[in-house]
Design a binder for this molecule. Structure first.
Ligand SMILES: Cc1cc2nc3c(=O)[nH]c(=O)nc-3n(C[C@H](O)[C@H](O)[C@H](O)COP(=O)(O)OP(=O)(O)OC[C@H]3O[C@@H](n4cnc5c(N)ncnc54)[C@H](O)[C@@H]3O)c2cc1C
Ligand code: FES
Length: 258
């Protein structure tokens, strides 16, 4: 893990409401793995009272690090105002990566909205493993992501404007009824309700499934105890999303009902 001031190479809106930020860091690039995240402050425009915010590493290309984000509140608004050449303060890579090298042949990536953020990086590693990849992407309405490094994308939209009409987990459930997948493993990322439905589906079908949780975080390094998630079993009642996750086997944790 390093803490570094890095200079932005680019930071632009690449689709409606979706920003791609790029900066150079050989130190992070050589150690990062898919599913890990960075805890960030935008130095020039950040209020001194504002804590760092966590973002998944979306892709590593050479020594360039890419992040994908949308504007939610103060932190992401400040981040979107940063211009190339300005610095951001980055802490990471943090967290436990996806277990992408296990015994599976078909990787089923399931994203709710900006939950796609860690998947371009994961796709790079899955391609090296020669896994078959299917990517399910859900959004409220048409969501343009053709420019992202994803494979075999199946869209689901609430309003039916692109692909399946309904949510992304319903879309996956229908797909699983119609197709037989060879040795599948599901990787999910998105809002908690969506992950909760995905976990239920995976467990009902007895499919291996890992989830990347997106809850609020403060320190990102296990000090503040501010990111608990209930464990399903074991001696400790809670796990910390920042240091025990953000990736968990769906059977390890209890998420609130969808
Ligand atoms: C491990 C991890 C990885 C993440 N990766 C990404 C990523 O790659 N791209 C990305 O865009 N976001 C990602 N997030 C979420 C991101 O950190 C939040 O969107 C960000 O903290 C919002 O900060 P803000 O200051 O803009 O909003 P705030 O001012 O903190 O919040 C504004 C409002 O939005 C709500 N809110 C904040 N965060 C979330 C959330 N995650 N879901 C729903 N409501 C929320 C708050 O409760 C508040 O009501 C990740 C979160 C985690 C824990
Ligand atoms: S964010 Fe502080 S312990 Fe997890």
């Amino acid at each position: 893990m390093v803490q570094q001031l890095v200079r932005l190479e680019s930071n632009q809106e690449i689709a409606q409401g979706m920003f791609l930020m790029r900066f150079d860091s050989r130190r992070i690039a050589t150690s990062a793995q898919p599913g890990q995240f960075l805890n960030i402050r935008a130095t020039q425009r950040w209020s001194p009272l504002l804590l760092r915010r966590p973002f998944s590493i979306s892709r590593v290309v050479g020594s360039s690090i890419e992040l994908l984000y949308n504007i939610v509140g103060k932190g992401t608004k400040a981040l979107s105002a940063q211009i190339p050449g300005e610095e951001i303060d980055v802490l990471g890579p943090l967290g436990i990566p996806f277990r992408y090298d296990g015994l599976f042949e078909t990787a089923v990536l399931v994203a709710g909205g900006l939950g796609i953020a860690p998947f371009p990086f994961l796709t790079d590693f899955l391609e090296k493993k020669k896994a078959t990849i299917i990517t399910f992407v859900g959004s409220r309405s048409l969501f343009k992501i053709d420019m992202l490094h994803l494979r075999n994308v199946q869209y689901a939209t609430d309003d039916g404007s692109n692909g399946f009409r309904g949510n992304v987990v319903e879309s996956l459930a229908e797909y699983l009824q119609e197709h037989t997948l060879t040795a599948p493993k599901i990787f999910g990322c998105g809002p908690t309700k969506m992950l909760s439905s995905l976990s239920r589906l995976a467990q009902a079908k007895e499919l291996s499934c890992e989830l990347s949780l997106e809850g609020d975080m403060a320190c990102g390094i296990g000090i503040c105890q501010g990111c608990p998630v209930e464990r399903s079993n074991g001696t400790k009642k809670y796990a910390l999303v920042c240091t025990d996750g953000p990736t968990f086997d769906c059977r390890e944790i209890k998420l609130p009902s969808p």
